[in-house]
Write a protein that binds this ligand. Structure first.
Ligand code: FMN
Length: 360
């Protein structure tokens, strides 16, 4: 009879689960609901922590879960255990995924440390460009073993600005979507939820005055505010995204290159990056989504190693028009694929407020 497989002590597993909670997630929803099992951990989803309006295809949900899985693997590896993932069942809020852990005699290296995990933060403040650090990070990421099909392309600044303007009001484009977005805003530091989840005024870098809007933009007032916003939304889109912007795009590209040639480094924006997968859709295919989420976190950690932080702009791939724009951009470069994330990468120019987390 073979000896029973060694199992990690329950307290150790709980510690890994606590560390995995520092993974990033869309709107800081922290949708994971891990349950310790006899020999491992079962990952399930808290449906109340999903974004059915902003993320109807569950793409960001699968990516966020992938970030959590990678964080769990990093925590376990640091204690000398490697993570084995079982088959995935279900999609989106119905997803269930079992993990087991195997003791490894050699250190089970994911290549990342819990310290790096904890140091990672999204920075919505001013990011300063650093081309050399970016090139080194991208080369290091490309050389990582066992990556999914996640690929990376840099967006020209005029195209990014255009798509950003076009998608700026996407999360408010229907009353239901606006209510969902406002429901995850945390504007009042006295609100107990401010310490738990969502997008806080500090992390969004909102000026002190905006916080006085907390009672108006609070969860109960959200449907009314959302209806009003949805009414002004078409007008806002017309102002932000005129046909002229598209026509002037080539001229804007040339002008910005000329300015940069003369004034290198002055007022330059950070790098704008689109990540994309080659075949399966990260929403309908949870396995692809989780694998890409794992790589997305690895990519952000590698950028962190080179002193760079990111600011995510998911609205560019969530808004149907701008998603098409990203696809067209990739197609023009011979990269047939589905965009699954957009973010800026640069050096932080000021201390970054910590996003809250649920107590474990
Ligand atoms: C799949 C995914 C999509 C995200 N999209 C956005 C986004 O569109 N805008 C944004 O400001 N942050 C976005 N984020 C970052 C989260 O809001 C952030 O991870 C969360 O607030 C926790 O903050 P932290 O990463 O600094 O710990 C995204 C994160 C993930 C994993």
């Amino acid at each position: 009879m073979s000896a029973p497989r060694p199992q990690p002590a329950p307290a150790l597993r709980e510690r890994w689960i606590a560390v995995a909670g520092c993974a990033p997630s869309a709107h800081n929803t922290q949708p994971w609901r891990p349950v310790p099992t006899g020999s491992g951990v079962r990952l399930t989803v808290d449906p109340a922590r999903t974004l059915p309006e902003a993320d109807p295809r569950h793409e960001d949900l699968h990516l966020s879960l992938g970030c959590w899985v990678e964080a769990l693997a990093i925590a376990a590896a640091e204690s000398g255990w490697s993570l084995q993932t079982g088959p995935v069942s279900g999609v989106g809020p119905d997803l269930v995924l079992d993990f087991r852990f195997t003791r490894t005699s050699a250190p089970a290296l994911t290549g990342f440390t819990v310290r790096e995990l904890r140091a990672r933060q999204v920075d919505r403040g001013r990011l300063l460009p650093d081309d050399r650090a970016l090139d080194a990070a991208v080369a290091e990421f490309a050389a990582l073993p066992g990556c999914s099909d996640l690929a990376l392309s840099q967006l020209p600044e005029p195209l990014f600005s255009h798509l950003q303007a076009q998608s700026a009001t996407h999360v408010l484009s229907t009353p239901a979507m606006a209510a969902e977005t406002l429901g995850w805003l945390r504007l009042d530091p006295r609100d107990p939820a401010y310490q738990r989840d969502g997008l806080t005024a500090d992390c969004l870098r909102l000026p002190a005055g905006t916080r006085m809007l907390a009672p108006v933009l609070g969860a109960r007032a959200a449907p009314v505010v959302a209806r009003a916003l949805a009414r002004v939304q078409p007008l806002a889109r017309r102002v932000l995204c005129t046909a002229d912007t598209v026509k002037t795009l080539p001229a804007a590209t040339a002008a910005s290159s000329a300015v940069r040639a003369v004034l290198p480094g002055i007022g330059r924006p950070p790098a704008r990056l689109v990540v994309w997968g080659r075949a399966e859709d990260s929403g309908t295919d949870p396995i692809a989504g989780i694998a890409r989420g794992r790589d997305l976190l690895r990519l952000w950690l590698v950028l962190g190693r080179h002193g760079l932080r990111v600011a995510a702009h998911s609205e560019l791939k969530d808004c149907p028009d701008t998603r098409e724009g990203l696809r067209a951009f990739l197609g023009r470069r011979g990269r047939e694929g589905e965009p699954c994330g957009v973010f800026s990468a640069g050096r932080s120019s000021s201390p970054v407020p910590r996003a809250p987390r649920l107590p474990v």
